[in-house]
Design a protein around this ligand. Structure first.
Ligand SMILES: [Zn+2]
Length: 160
């Protein structure tokens, strides 16, 4: 079965930066299952996997545009501490915040007085991504999965 729209695809992967440092890997952990064509993974990787089948191995280098996008300085801003959950706010903490574009994870990069500076850029934004991927499983997505735009099943991180 070939990878295409409406397939649930399981991949093993290793992601490295341009210096060869491993940023993320499924080695020794869970393989990733995603719904192809639903934008569940970065666009460049989805494109590279199109038409592949079980056992295929690919290595792709993705520009930031094909990955998590360029860093946007507009995503860095000061917010009053009272807008964050109660408790001590420290550099390096992450919070889920609500923006016009939906929920995002924001990293606290500075705290001054009653304000925190937060960076809501994706941690991998602006980076060239080097993926080594092996296709482990390809199956038809279920009706529920297609409606939800993500896969279900054992081991899946299922958020509703
Ligand atoms: Zn669901």
């Amino acid at each position: 079965m070939q990878i295409g729209a409406q397939k649930a695809v399981t991949i093993g992967y290793t992601l490295k930066d341009d210096e060869g440092q491993v940023l993320d890997t499924s080695d020794g952990g869970e393989a990733l299952t995603y719904l192809h064509g639903a934008g569940d993974i970065v666009p460049g990787l989805e494109k590279a996997l199109d038409g592949k089948q079980v056992g295929d191995e690919i290595s792709v280098k993705l520009s930031p545009e094909e990955g998590y996008g360029q860093r946007n300085e507009g995503q860095i801003r000061n917010i009053p501490l009272r807008k964050l959950p109660a408790g001590k706010v420290e550099v390096g903490m992450q919070y889920q915040i609500t923006t016009d574009a939906g929920p995002m994870l924001a990293l606290v990069i500075a705290v001054r007085g009653d304000y925190a500076t937060i960076d809501a850029n994706h941690p991998l934004a602006g980076m060239t991504l080097n993926f080594d991927v092996k296709v482990v499983e390809v199956r038809d997505a279920t009706k529920d999965e297609l409606e939800h735009g993500h896969v279900h099943g054992p081991g899946d991180h299922h958020h509703h």
